[in-house]
Design a protein around this ligand. Structure first.
Ligand code: DQA
Length: 147
């Protein structure tokens, strides 16, 4: 399977950013873990941007070139109708991931514009969440192929 792992704003600072909340793992180490898990079975593409339009462009580029998306849209999760519309437009199965348990944080983080257009959400397991999200997505894609 071909999977786009898409990270939104401030996630480039993982490892140093509010480490008590987000942990010490960097995006590079998360990428390494996911690539090791996927081995030769799956092709992973990692994109991060601090810009809403660039994230939307990455989703548009994924149409026809990727089979699914793992997405941590960061703060855009709670604000971006445009990102939601892009996910709907490209018609790719997506799994939403958050390092923190957003349901236990400030009320404005309880709203996700993406959750109901994704297959599901993994939230609160730190960096491990990315591997769980990838596994869930691959499982979903395999089930759809078999159907
Ligand atoms: C986050 C949660 C968001 O509320 C926050 O804005 C982030 C990171 C997470 O992974 O826990 O940037 O998506």
């Amino acid at each position: 399977m071909r999977v786009l792992v898409l990270d939104g704003p401030n996630l480039n600072l993982l490892g140093t950013r509010e480490a008590a909340l987000y942990g010490h793992e960097t995006r590079a180490s998360i990428e390494q873990t996911l690539r090791a898990w996927a081995a030769d079975a799956h092709a992973l593409t990692f994109v991060q941007s601090n810009h809403e339009g660039a994230l939307i462009d990455a989703l548009h580029a994924a149409r026809g070139t990727q089979d699914g998306v793992v997405i941590n849209a960061g703060a855009y999760t709670h604000t971006s109708v445009a990102l939601r519309d892009a996910l709907l437009a490209v018609e790719l199965p997506a799994v939403e991931v958050h390092l923190t348990n957003v349901a236990r944080r400030e009320p404005f983080r309880h709203v996700s514009y993406l959750a109901d257009v994704c297959v599901g959400t993994i939230s609160g397991f730190g960096a491990l969440g990315y591997r769980l999200a990838l596994e869930a997505l691959i499982d979903t894609l395999n089930a759809r192929r078999a159907a």
